[in-house]
Structures are given as structure tokens and as C-alpha cells.
Design a protein around this ligand. Structure first.
Ligand code: HEC
Length: 443
């Protein structure tokens, strides 16, 4: 469970950390100015900005819950926070305000650096803040009311390429259910590139003839076939990718799972040299009372691009027009290894435009959500416009093959261009009323 998702690099980091730990001078404090201590000054910063990932069972390679766990990493921490590689956050601060922004303030960075320079001391136990109560080991949400899991583990071979695996799991719900917190996650994150849990409502044509049960792969799309939009999933429930947080909605908000719906799990396994098993699971925390507002994840996507070989800055646009008055609450750009930058703009019916998120240096290893501090009202007819740039040149160190033209595809050497977003609207309004008639989420 606690396996880091990129073991080779983390092992290197471990050696480096050990080396640096020795290099930390024991006492470089200025006279009369006692250095910060872990319990009093550092622990509160780690609680606020680091522990969601840096605790047992989560994505980060080491825990920061205690002084003993954290101390060996002190010098690495100083490097990571001064170079701003940790905590991971990629939004240009000139646009938008986000409630889940984890960036450290200048004074927090100064405190961490002074702590390391001052010998990374523990301080008095009495100063230690109480642990964050809402951490449940194995989940990023509170203890789920319901866990739906793949009926059996998937055998991941040591090597090879694996098609996306699909599994249909019935919810068994006899009535409509509202969920306030959701998380889908692997049991072996080392071999899971991403997971999406889709909803299949009764009557949906999505994988129409497919019964709940074992693993299957999607039938290949025929080039001569018109896309049957009614066969696409009506609802993206929740996704997982390294660095992607659990979905925790505000009180009064919920995602709707209709009675009789199935969950369609899509899991992308990426073998990493060692045969293993994974039995991905979905945890749900139900809303205590029926919410006033429904949250729905939709996307603007473009599957028609062809990025020329070697092109360092290829632009792809996508847009989505809302059909009702709704509110926009969160954004989630998605590209693969050639992804270079991503931007979301709104064009309102009166012609006014506004940039709401700019990710100038996209890093596909971090599939982050950007939750807006304040919901933005979108009158009917507003367009959510996304612009992506791709770097298919040899200067992109992540590029698996700059000599190839790249089109949409599922594997990570193919590309994707999806601007996911969460809308929120009156709980009595149907999802179909909100969805743009022409928008197809090719996946
Ligand atoms: C969103 C999850 C997340 C948050 C929040 C986070 N980290 Fe990390 N951290 C990771 C992951 C995952 C790795 C492993 C990185 C890798 O393999 O590239 C990591 C690695 C590190 C490393 C090892 C060096 C490196 O770059 O690989 C340090 C040091 C570190 N984090 C410090 C911090 C500090 C300090 C904070 C808070 C101020 C923090 N992290 C917040 C996920 C997180």
C-alpha cells in the first residue's frame, strides 16, 4: 500500500536524503534567536500543507506525522520547499483563487529553512499540536459508509502493455443516493496509472450488453462508425491518478447515484517490473441530508488533433457550452507526457472573457484538481474554453518519441486533451438539461 509510485527515483531520493541529513550542521543558530522547533513551529505547517500525502498509505514516499519520521528528510525538505517542487502546485498565481492551494507562504518557507539550518531540533513534546483527526488510514476521506471493490484482484504481469480494464459493479441501490465524499483508489498504487469510476444509470447504452462481473476491455472503435453518443457514460463519478486528491464536497452539495445504477471501473495498469495484484476500490460517504445542489463532472475535450513530429508548441482547443444557469466549482486539466501548458477561459453570453486557470508548465505526473475558492456563476450560453499546448520535440524530456505524429489514444505514449470541470446546480435539475448537446467525451 505504501509503495511509492516511482520507486527508482524515490530510492535515489532516500540515498540523497541520508547524505544530506549528515550534512546538516548541528548548530548554526544566531545568538539570542532560538531556532524553530519541530513540535512548535514545523508540525503545524506539515499538518496544513504536507500530511495529506506524507502519511502511511498515501502517495508520498515517507511520512511526516512524527518528528522521528520527518527528521531524516530535513535537508531534502529544505531543498524541496525552496525550489518549490513541494507541495506540488502548478497554477499561475495571476489567475483564479483556489481553496485547495497548498503552496507555502514565504514565512512558512522561512520557518522550515530556519528549522533545518538550526539543526532540525525536536523541541518540547508539550508543544506538539494534536494529530489531525480526520485522517483514516487507507483513505483520503473519512471512513466510507460503503465500499465497492473489484470482485477479484487483477493480476498485473511484470511487463507488457495492458489495455484499459473495465469491470462493472452493481451498486444495488434501491433508491437514489446522494454522496458527499468519494474516493477511488488502487490497493497497489505502484502499477496503477489512473482509475475512473463511471456511473451507468439504468437504461444507459454504455457497454449495453455487458453484464456485471469480470474484467473486460472496450471494443475497438471502428473508423467508419459514427460515434454513438448515447453509448457514452452519462457520468464521470470520480477519478484517481497520483497526486489527485479525494473528492470532498461541501455540506449541501452532493453527487447523485440513481437507484439501480452500476459503477463502471476503468483501470489503467502499467507494469513496473514486478508481478503483483491490485483490487481497486471505491469509497463513498453519503450526504447526511439531501443536498440542495448537485455536483456533476463534465469535460471539454478534443479528440481530433494530430501533433506533428518534433513540434515544440502545438495548440489544441476544446470548448463546452452550458445549457442552463449553473455554477462552476472545480477544474482538472488532463494531458499525457507531451502536455506543455493548459488554460481555462470563460466566454460569457455578453462576449466578456476571463481566464480562470493557467497552468504554464504542465506536469503530467501530477493530475491535480483546482477547486475554485468562490463558485463562478455561468449563465446559460456561457462557453468553457480550454487551450492546450503540446511539446512533441526532443527537448521535452518526457517525450517517448519525438519522431512520431501523435493522436488521441489511451496509452500514455498517445495523447489526450480533456478539460474536466465540476458544475453545481439545483439538485432537482437533471444532468441532461445541463449537458451540451454537441459535446462528446471520447475516452
Ligand atoms: C499532493 C501530495 C503531496 C503533498 C501535498 C506534498 N508532497 Fe512531498 N511528495 C509527494 C510525492 C508523491 C513524492 C514522491 C515524488 C516523486 O517520486 O517524484 C514526494 C516527495 C517529497 C520529497 C522527496 C524529494 C523529492 O522531490 O522527491 C520531499 C522532501 C517532500 N516531498 C517534501 C514535502 C513537503 C515539505 C511538503 C509540504 C510542504 C510536501 N512534500 C507536500 C507528494 C506530496
Amino acid at each position: 500500500m505504501s509503495a511509492p509510485y516511482r520507486p527508482a527515483k524515490c530510492f535515489l531520493a532516500l540515498i540523497l536524503a541520508a547524505a544530506f541529513a549528515l550534512a546538516v550542521p548541528a548548530h548554526t543558530q544566531e545568538p539570542g534567536n532560538p531556532p524553530p522547533t519541530f513540535t512548535k513551529d514545523v508540525a503545524p505547517i506539515l499538518q496544513k500543507h504536507c500530511q495529506t500525502c506524507h502519511r502511511p498509505g498515501e502517495a508520498a514516499p515517507f511520512s511526516m506525522l512524527t518528528y522521528e519520521d520527518t527528521r531524516p528528510w530535513a535537508a531534502m525538505m529544505k531543498m524541496a520547499v525552496t525550489q518549490k517542487v513541494m507541495p506540488p502546485w502548478f497554477a499561475d498565481p495571476h489567475y483564479g483563487h483556489f481553496s485547495n492551494e497548498r503552496s507555502l507562504t514565504t514565512s512558512e518557507i522561512r520557518t522550515l529553512v530556519a528549522w533545518v539550518n538550526g539543526g532540525a531540533q525536536k523541541g518540547s513534546d508539550a508543544d506538539m499540536p494534536p494529530p489531525q483527526k480526520d485522517f483514516v488510514e487507507g483513505w483520503g476521506i473519512p471512513t466510507p459508509d460503503l465500499v465497492l471493490q473489484l470482485p477479484k484482484p487483477f493480476d498485473v504481469p511484470a511487463s507488457g502493455v495492458i489495455d484499459y480494464q473495465y469491470v462493472i459493479v452493481p451498486t444495488g441501490f434501491k433508491e437514489d443516493k446522494w454522496v458527499q465524499m468519494l474516493e477511488v483508489r488502487p490497493t497497489d498504487r505502484a502499477v496503477v496509472h489512473h482509475i475512473i469510476a463511471y456511473l451507468r444509470e439504468p437504461g444507459s447504452n454504455y457497454f449495453k450488453n455487458q453484464k456485471p462481473g469480470g474484467f473486460f476491455i472496450a471494443p475497438p472503435a471502428r473508423a467508419d462508425e459514427k460515434v454513438d453518443t448515447s453509448a457514452l457514460p452519462s457520468d464521470f463519478l470520480v477519478g484517481y491518478a497520483p497526486g489527485q486528491p479525494a473528492e470532498i464536497l461541501q455540506p449541501g452539495e452532493g453527487k447523485l447515484i440513481k437507484a439501480g445504477s452500476d459503477i463502471v471501473f476503468e483501470v489503467h495498469y502499467t507494469p513496473n517490473g514486478k508481478a503483483t495484484k491490485d483490487q481497486t476500490r471505491l469509497g463513498l460517504v453519503f450526504a447526511k441530508t439531501p443536498p440542495a445542489e448537485r455536483v456533476l463532472t463534465l469535460s471539454a475535450s478534443n479528440g481530433t488533433f494530430k501533433i506533428p513530429p518534433g513540434d515544440p508548441d502545438y495548440k489544441v482547443d476544446a470548448s463546452f457550452e452550458v445549457q442552463k444557469d449553473v455554477k462552476l466549482v472545480a477544474l482538472h486539466p488532463h494531458m499525457h507526457s507531451r502536455g506543455k501548458s493548459f488554460e481555462y477561459r470563460l466566454t460569457f453570453p455578453d462576449g466578456k472573457t476571463e481566464t480562470i486557470l493557467s497552468v504554464p508548465v504542465y506536469n503530467w505526473h501530477w493530475q491535480l484538481w483546482y477547486n475554485l475558492s468562490e463558485p463562478i456563476s455561468l449563465p446559460r450560453g456561457t462557453k468553457i474554453e480550454c487551450t492546450a499546448h503540446f511539446d512533441n520535440s526532443p527537448n521535452n524530456p518526457e517525450n517517448p518519441d519525438p519522431t512520431k505524429a501523435v493522436i488521441w489514444g489511451q496509452q500514455s505514449w498517445d495523447e489526450m486533451m480533456v478539460g474536466f470541470f465540476n458544475l453545481k446546480f439545483d439538485a432537482n435539475m437533471s444532468a441532461a438539461e445541463v449537458r451540451s448537446p454537441g459535446s462528446v467525451h471520447t475516452h
